[in-house]
Design a protein around this ligand. Structure first.
Ligand code: PGA
Length: 245
């Protein structure tokens, strides 16, 4: 399975900063690379290095109409988005998105041919209570309920432990290994064709830890926040993904 490395710029960037960053990105063989940018910059990103995929960070569950402030999947498709992040923990925690809404957003994206990158992950309190896999199973179950088995097999999943995001403290190789295998196993139990589902890891991935994380079985790429804003670092992470066996 070709690994996918997706940059999540979050609410960062400016026309000038993006221009500089794009000048530092080059696509490499052996890995798919995407950048998920704020909505206004989708236009600027129409010109980008060949082979670099474009993505957004959110999408409306609705198709069209009186939904002030929302952006539809059809609009993202017009701008050539291949991917859209849904259910990022920041959206769940700060904007009240619940498990079923995440599922409906994924469904709206897929209806327009956009691959949702569905984020799941536990908080530190949930991990400490031994409930990481329980929480992730609940998050996944809601998405499966909305999408059904067939469509579920076509999403990209991202395991992002909330405590590892932006904290500089990545999950350990053994923690990642347990959860990624757990997610694949959960999909199998639900009779979803699990083998082709790419499961990304996200949370403080940097050039220094990328190789060891990508070497973990069942880690099929990464979702990269902070380090995706530094061209050199993002490229080093993409190289690590391409080189991992
Ligand atoms: P981080 O963010 O790489 O800055 O930890 C990852 C994410 O939130 O997707």
């Amino acid at each position: 399975m070709t690994r996918l490395v997706a940059g999540n710029w979050k609410m960062n960037g400016s026309l000038a900063a993006n221009r500089k960053l794009l000048g530092e990105l080059a696509v490499q063989s052996g890995v798919e690379v995407a950048v998920c940018v704020p909505f206004p910059y989708l236009a600027q990103l129409q010109e980008r290095p060949a082979g670099l995929f474009l993505g957004a960070q959110d999408v409306s569950e609705f198709e069209v109409g009186a939904y002030t402030g929302e952006v539809s999947a059809a609009m993202l498709a017009e701008f050539g988005c291949r991917f859209v992040i849904v259910g990022h923990s920041e959206r769940r925690a700060l904007f009240g998105e619940d498990d079923l809404l995440v599922g409906r957003k994924a469904r709206a994206a897929m209806a327009r041919g956009i691959v949702p990158i569905v984020c799941v992950g536990e908080t530190l309190a949930e991990r400490d209570a031994g409930q990481a896999m329980l929480v992730i199973g609940r998050q996944l179950a809601a998405v499966l309920e909305v999408l059904g088995r067939e469509a579920m097999a076509a999403v990209v999943l991202a395991y992002e432990p909330v405590w590892a995001i932006g904290s500089g403290r990545s999950a350990t190789v053994s923690q990642v290994s347990v959860v990624h295998a757990g997610i694949r196993g959960w999909l199998r139990e639900q009779r979803v064709r699990a083998e082709g589902v790419r499961i990304l890891y996200g949370g403080s991935v940097k050039p220094e830890n990328a190789a060891e994380l990508f070497a973990v079985r069942d880690v099929d790429g990464g979702l990269i926040g902070g380090a995706s804003l530094v061209g050199e670092d993002f490229m080093a992470i993409c190289r690590a993904a391409a080189d991992a066996v």
